[in-house]
Design a protein around this ligand. Structure first.
Ligand code: NAD
Ligand code: UDP
Length: 330
């Protein structure tokens, strides 16, 4: 039986595909390459290039593969872009889920592990954020992902398609051998931008706001290593295969780092100065996001290996040093 990974050419998807293959799983990948890179896909996975919204294309994939479960990463995820172009997000993300669930139902595929996000919670009322806390997104990206969770809930009720929604906090790092890593265009995430400055590819970093109600005034975020995240997906599939009910889990470290603490840690790892200027707040940024992640540990048996920010940054830096132009180098 085969695990079908949607969005397997992307940052998190490519690391998950690689981990599945390392553990002996048969993997097929669907990706339109709209933001992903074919070179990121482990060559032992069978690759189908196409869009998950194209139901005939997806039917042809399900006809060729004996799919036991789906891991779904295929979505857009840039918050400021979603504020400017909300319908792009509801079309690709939310409609993409409608089409997928319809085809999964036709082919009697009953398990899906889904990339959800802390952005479904919006501005938290209390820290750390628990899975049972209210989900009130403050941007169309988070709303599109919450709608996808809701669709899966009703598809479970009607068709018995069981899901695990994994609500990621801030994902960082790369496979330690430097062979795959994060290569987004445009890059909007803090850590890769910090490392681009360290590598001399950007002149400086703008920190969006230093007047938040946090110890140093900059936003606080909870970082999880991409390989620990990949591991959680594999555990979630196993959880569904054991016959458990649908569920949702936060994936974070339960530790917060301010944006300035990330810069300081990156200065230590890279030995570079990393010049910083303060800039106005970025629209839609909650002050502090820290996950309560004990549920994933207790129920899925998730034991993250990376509990040290500098170790996470080292893996990302290794990717940057090996591939200064990202996948364009390959
Ligand atoms: P990414 O852009 O690197 O990967 C997404 C992949 O999906 C790309 O390869 C892209 O080509 C593909 N794709 C997008 N729409 C598609 C479609 N309609 N049909 C087929 N392929 C399509 O993003 P990522 O950082 O790896 O994130 C993966 C998932 O995790 C996203 O769904 C995102 O919402 C979620 N997420 C990411 C983070 C993070 O910090 N990176 C945090 C929370 C949630
Ligand atoms: N950030 C920043 N400068 C940048 C990019 C990001 O100050 O060039 C900040 C951003 O405002 C947020 C934190 O870094 O406080 C993490 O942002 P990112 O986009 O990496 O992830 P998010 O928390 O939005 O999912």
């Amino acid at each position: 039986m085969t695990v079908l990974v949607l969005g397997g050419a992307g940052y998190i998807g490519s690391h998950t595909v690689d981990q599945l293959i390392q553990r002996g799983t048969d993997v097929a990948v669907v990706d339109s390459l709209v933001t992903g890179h074919q070179a990121a896909i482990n060559p032992q996975a069978r690759f189908y290039q196409g869009d998950i919204r194209d139901k005939d294309f997806m039917r042809s994939v399900f006809q060729q593969e004996k799919v036991s479960g789906v891991i779904h990463f295929a979505a857009f995820s840039i918050v400021p872009e979603s504020m400017q172009a909300p319908l792009k997000y509801f079309d690709n993300n939310t409609y993409g889920m409608t089409a997928l669930l319809e085809v999964m139902n036709e082919f009697d595929v009953k398990h899906i592990v889904f990339s959800s996000t802390a952005a479904t919670y919006g501005e938290p009322k209390s820290i750390p954020i628990k899975e049972s806390d209210p989900q009130v997104p403050t941007n169309p990206y988070g709303e599109s992902k919450l709608m996808m969770e809701t669709m899966m809930k009703w598809a479970d009720r009607a068709y018995g398609i069981k899901f695990v929604a994994l609500r990621y906090f801030n994902v960082a790092g790369a496979k330690p051998d430097g062979s795959i890593g994060e290569d987004h265009h445009p890059e909007t995430h803090l850590l890769p931008i910090v490392l681009q400055v360290a590598a001399g590819k950007r002149e400086q970093l703008s920190i969006f706001g230093d007047d938040y109600d946090t110890p140093d005034g900059t936003n606080v975020r909870d970082y999880v290593h991409v390989l620990d995240l990949a591991d959680a997906h594999i555990l979630a599939l196993g959880y569904l295969e054991e016959g458990h009910d649908s569920n949702a889990f936060n994936l974070g470290s339960s530790t917060g780092f301010s944006n300035m603490e990330i810069v300081e840690a990156a200065r230590k790892v890279t030995g570079k100065a990393i010049p910083v200027t303060m800039a106005p707040r970025r629209a839609g940024d909650p002050s502090t996001l820290i996950a309560a992640s004990d549920k994933a540990r207790e129920v899925l048996g998730w034991t993250p290996q990376y509990d040290n920010m500098e170790a996470i940054i080292e893996t990302a830096w290794n990717w940057h040093l090996n591939h200064p132009a990202g996948y364009a180098d390959r």
